[in-house]
Design a protein around this ligand. Structure first.
Ligand code: OSB
Ligand code: MG
Length: 397
């Protein structure tokens, strides 16, 4: 790894022959639509990487949406990148470190890379019978919880959602904001919940010309404003941060540790939302958290409304040093009536979330439920057999 950390032995051992790799797309209906300034999603469509190897089954989840509204990658582009550019690099004599080095040739496409890297990490951890946090050498700990509340039709509905979240014990509440749905909505929540740890996420809805307008949010003691400006901007955020008292947090703009370093050096933000899927995987996310800690930048683990596979990974990740703030890790029932893993994520009496102790991601994938929500299944790699064969194509859409 970087930041001058010693490379662990398991990263340098050959990956060996892997029996079978499949790419599956599932679509799980949400309990309620999730509205943001960029899109409203009513189900979670996710690309899953399933690795079957000598009796073990390992999983990765790509955080891309089916559309390019939050980020440029999609479930379909990630499938293409994994199948046609990343999997061909996978050779039995390569170690994970060597493979990741090969992946650098593929520019961008962090979500695709993360899905495959994370599935391989799950496999490596399961081969050793260790939970992911244990593979990385981190002590288990219960993690803080946070909730991201999407747009609601009116202020009373928003207040009801916030009330419910506060009563459930979430350690902080995030509300979505956007043009025309900002100052008055935040004011209403703050007036009703004066002591609540509250933040707002704009998903890039504003321009630097809105700085004066955004300064009105300084009156509400928000813990931070997430990604007010464009999804690919770092510099203009530094101009905005200089004009606001409220700390800014970057989400969409950060794809790598280099981006984080640039943002910190430019004072574009005082907090970073680390989404392992957006930064190219678990290992880059661990590095980024370490970088943030070294620079006194609080960081937290974001979410992408993942199924239980990605959510489990986000929980394992928060054993790493540097995740000092509550993130977007919420209870399963917030998202799905039925998830594809067991057990579901639950808050304890103090609002914390336990870290699963089982091998790898630490939760069990219910394959009958994967089948139930399956849109597409493709055999991408089979040892000694034909690769790239369409094994199943259901169209439910
Ligand atoms: O901007 O953090 C975001 C969900 C999907 C895409 C982008 C974002 C979000 C969330 C919810 O805010 C995070 C979660 O609950 O997993
Ligand atoms: Mg965000």
């Amino acid at each position: 790894m970087a930041n001058d950390q010693p490379v662990p032995a398991w990263m340098e051992e050959p990956l060996g022959v892997i029996d079978r790799i499949e790419l599956l797309t599932v679509s799980l209906p949400f309990v309620a639509p999730f509205g943001t300034s960029v899109a409203t999603w009513s189900c979670k469509e996710a690309l899953l990487v399933r690795i079957a190897d000598k009796g073990l089954v390992a999983w990765g989840e790509c955080v891309a949406d089916p559309d390019p509204y939050y980020a440029s990658e999609t479930t379909t582009s990630a499938r293409h990148i994994i199948r046609d550019f990343l999997l061909p690099e996978l050779k039995p004599d390569y170690s994970l470190a060597q493979l990741l080095e090969r992946f650098r040739r593929v520019r961008g496409n962090e979500m695709a890379k993360a899905a495959l890297e994370n599935a391989l990490l799950d496999l490596l951890a399961k081969r050793r019978g260790l939970p992911l946090h244990g593979l990385l050498g981190f002590a288990p700990r219960r993690i803080m919880s946070g909730i991201s509340i999407g747009f609601q039709d009116d202020v009373p509905s928003l207040l009801a959602k916030v009330e419910e979240a506060a009563a459930s014990g979430y350690h902080r509440v995030k509300m979505k904001i956007g043009r025309g749905r900002d100052v008055e909505w935040v004011r209403a929540v703050r007036q009703r919940f004066p002591g609540l740890a509250l933040m707002a996420d704009a998903n890039g809805d504003y321009a630097i010309a809105d700085a004066g307008h955004l300064a009105a949010l300084d009156g509400f003691a928000l813990t931070m404003i997430e990604q007010p400006l464009s999804y690919h901007d770092i510099f203009l955020h530094s101009l905005l941060q200089a004009r606001l008292i409220t700390p800014l947090c970057l989400d969409e703009s950060i794809h790598s540790c280099d981006d984080a370093e640039a943002a910190i050096a430019l004072k574009s933000c005082r907090v970073i939302n680390i989404k392992q899927g957006r930064v190219g995987g678990f290992l880059e996310a661990v590095k980024m958290a370490r970088l943030c800690a070294a620079q006194d930048i609080p960081a937290w683990s974001g979410g992408m409304d993942e199924t239980g596979i990605g959510r489990a990974l986000n929980i394992q990740l928060q054993a790493a040093p540097g995740f000092t703030l509550p993130g977007d890790t919420s209870e399963t029932r917030r998202y799905f009536h039925e998830d594809i893993v067991e057990p579901p994520v639950l808050l304890d009496k103090e609002g914390f979330i336990a870290m699963p102790q089982g091998p790898g991601i630490g939760v069990d994938v219910m394959e009958t439920r994967v089948e139930k929500y399956l849109l597409d299944r493709e055999l991408a790699r089979e040892h000694g057999g034909a690769a790239r064969q369409k094994a199943k194509g259901k169209s439910k859409k």
